[in-house]
Design a binder for this molecule. Structure first.
Ligand SMILES: [Zn+2]
Length: 346
């Protein structure tokens, strides 16, 4: 695998380049600009714990806990926190208090709080409470699309167009999700060309970002790379700035997959604090990659996110305690255990 270079290493390379002759310097400076553009040092984390995480937990979390959970997340440096979902409570009872949650949180300037909307009705309900950003969701598998949103992929694109059109008229940003980018619980392997075709439609509809979801966590670096290779032509800047990666850790491959995507220039990752959630198609499976584990990894790679690891660990501890669930972040539990040990010793 190609080595990921951090910013400091690139600076050292540039210094060496500048020690060479003028013509060579000019030539290499060009490639330096190219490299810097490709290997941005900043990563944006999209915290999906309050929505993707909690909707897949078996317990129904009290509204006041959700509100204080989101408010605590807002103090960690995160710039995007997915707050809730405006899917019908018949389908998703865990998110039935969407209106109360959104109206109850402290909207902090500089932070985006997108909500999931499945249709125009959901969009209107979200707009009524002042939502500024919504997320739509489709799947790269026909069977999953029919089971999850009750229509074919082609029909789902028609539905999305109604949402994106009205959102554009009101200056509402739209993020898109594609589920099952490498594997589907009903169809098995998913073709990268299907992912690319759906992603192209979503970008054409005006979505500012497409989050590529390994919904059941079956991806491996080889499979993720195959999808990203197929998407290359959809990123005119060549930096993949239009794409995010959304990894579930069902088979423990999430961080490996994220690592492999850095080479392509992916710099937006979805994660859930404490690894909240699960997989409705694999009982007892892990949820999203834990934000704490992702942050520890990014920090170790010299990548910046502006998110405070210690604060995120404390929020992970808070929500795990509140819902009486094991904290599934390895980094979170290791550091909390160490702190407890130090306190006992003192
Ligand atoms: Zn997910």
């Amino acid at each position: 695998m190609r080595k990921i270079m951090d910013f400091a290493s690139l600076k050292r390379i540039k210094f060496k380049i500048l020690q060479c002759g003028t013509t060579r310097t000019k030539m290499l400076n060009l490639s330096w600009r190219k490299i810097v553009r490709h290997f941005s040092n900043y990563v944006r984390i999209v915290e999906v714990g309050p929505r993707d995480g909690l909707q897949n937990e078996s317990v129904i979390v009290p509204t006041s806990t959700k509100i204080s959970f989101i408010n605590k997340l807002s103090e960690t440096g995160l710039k995007t926190i997915e707050a809730t979902s405006f899917v019908s409570p018949q389908w998703l009872p865990q998110m039935g208090d969407n209106k109360e949650v959104f109206e109850g949180i402290n909207i902090k300037p500089g932070i985006s709080y997108p909500v999931l909307v499945p249709n125009l009705q959901g969009l209107h309900q979200a707009l009524d409470v002042g939502v500024q950003e919504v997320a739509i969701f489709g799947a790269a598998s026909e069977a999953f699309s029919r089971k999850n949103i009750n229509c074919s992929i082609a029909k789902s694109i028609e539905r999305f167009s109604l949402i994106t059109e009205q959102a554009a008229q009101r200056n509402i940003r739209v993020r898109a999700y594609i589920s099952c980018i490498v594997g589907c619980p009903y169809e098995g392997d998913v073709k990268p060309s299907v992912v690319a075709s759906l992603a192209a439609s979503m970008l054409e509809l005006g979505c500012y970002e497409v989050s590529l979801g390994d919904t059941i966590g079956v991806g491996t670096p080889k499979k993720i790379r195959a999808v990203l290779n197929e998407l290359k032509t959809l990123s005119p800047s060549g930096t993949f700035s239009e794409f995010a990666l959304h990894c579930h850790d069902t088979f423990g491959q999430a961080l490996t997959n994220i690592y492999s995507s850095l080479d392509f220039g992916i710099r937006i990752f979805d994660s859930s604090v404490a690894g909240l959630g699960g997989c409705p198609y694999a009982a007892g499976a892990s949820g999203n990659v834990a934000t704490e584990d992702l942050l520890y990894f990014l920090n170790g790679q010299g990548l910046e996110s502006g998110v405070d690891l210690k604060k995120v660990i404390d929020v992970g501890d808070y929500i795990s305690t509140q819902i009486g669930r094991e904290n599934k972040s390895k980094v979170g539990t290791a550091i909390l255990r160490k702190e407890k040990h130090t306190r006992v010793k003192n």
